[in-house]
Design a protein around this ligand. Structure first.
Ligand code: C2E
Ligand code: MG
Ligand code: MG
Ligand code: MG
Length: 280
């Protein structure tokens, strides 16, 4: 029976893997068409100053609204697209949609809310990335300082050629983009990165918020806040869901808050409505 059981387990995993592979194959097949049909949509999640309650920015997050399959969330396709290379095309698409939105705000004389765009690690390695983004931004006449590029820590660990990453960040700034370090605190030497690289903003990972009643976490956060203030780096806390978390972060002088407590990521029209009464 021992052997029989283990064979069953193998069969079970085997079919789970097969199903997963089938699903990935299917999503890969749908990608091209979905880009052409604009089935990928920009959702915007507000970043709010917790002291004034004003909106100070937003993060662009992709949503895949497939006509047959319904809404597909990033966790289902981003890891896949990072492996099969589609992520570069998707990131460029999101970036261009954001530029088009900013151009529309300017044309309509609406206030321009700074927006951050996520870039995948795979994409950041591509030497054509920054020239390409700058070309798109120029096409839409996006002013300097309006778009921030969010990079995860893995960008910095992965690439041993520190000088290349440093050069990329310098180029980013020359092209008028700000640089944000996403999911801060999840890697091994997050603090070291602040010294080495010219980063404008850190986004404190959601796990800090989840752990915020722990006195040790609070001490660590207090240190991070002190350090970033001295280095002139802005702090954004991600994943804030409760008043308690908000109060703690305000006590720690965190600059901006992003999380369900204020708003979930919203489709653009709903975001504009949400922002209207909370403009700076
Ligand atoms: P991220 O960049 O760290 O984005 C924050 C994630 O946390 C988003 O998940 C957001 O919806 C979620 N979130 C925000 N506030 C809360 C909260 O209060 N509670 C909880 N539980 N979650 C909250 P989402 O939209 O599912 O995106 C997941 C990840 O997928 C993102 O993490 C980012 O790494 C990636 N991603 C999303 N859009 C893009 C994109 O256009 N390009 C690339 N390369 N990656 C993207
Ligand atoms: Mg992000
Ligand atoms: Mg994040
Ligand atoms: Mg993340």
């Amino acid at each position: 029976t021992q052997r029989y059981q283990s064979q069953q387990t193998v069969t079970y995993y085997d079919s789970a893997i097969t199903r997963q592979l089938q699903k990935e194959h299917e999503l890969s097949d749908l990608f091209r068409n979905s880009i052409q049909n604009h089935d990928f949509q920009v959702y915007l999640q507000p970043k709010v100053c917790p002291y004034s309650g004003r909106i100070m920015g937003a993060e662009a997050l992709v949503r895949w609204q497939h006509p047959k399959r319904g809404m597909i969330y990033p966790s289902e396709f981003i890891p896949l697209f990072e492996r099969n290379g589609n992520i570069c095309c998707l990131d460029n698409y999101m970036f261009e949609e954001v530029c088009a939105l900013i151009a529309r705000w300017i044309k309509n004389k609406q206030p321009v809310i700074p927006i951050s765009v996520n870039l995948s690690r795979q994409h950041f390695k591509n030497p054509d990335l920054l020239p390409h983004l700058s070309e798109i931004a120029r096409k839409y006449l996006v002013p300097d300082g309006v778009i921030e590029l969010e990079l995860t820590e893995s960008v910095f660990f992965d690439d041993r050629r520190i000088e290349i990453v440093k050069g990329n960040i310098k180029t980013m700034h020359q092209l008028g983009f700000l640089c944000s370090l996403d999911d801060f605190g999840t890697g091994y030497s997050s603090l070291g990165l602040l010294k080495e690289f010219d980063i404008d903003t850190i986004k404190l990972d959601r796990k800090f918020a989840q752990d915020i009643t722990n006195p040790k976490s609070q001490h660590i956060l207090a240190c991070i806040m002190e350090l970033t203030k001295n280095l002139n780096i802005k702090t954004v806390a991600e994943g804030i869901e409760t008043q308690e978390q908000l109060d703690c972060l305000k006590g720690l002088h965190c600059d901006l808050i992003q999380g369900y407590l204020y708003s979930k990521p919203l489709p653009i029209p709903e975001f504009e409505q949400w922002a209207e009464s909370r403009l700076f």
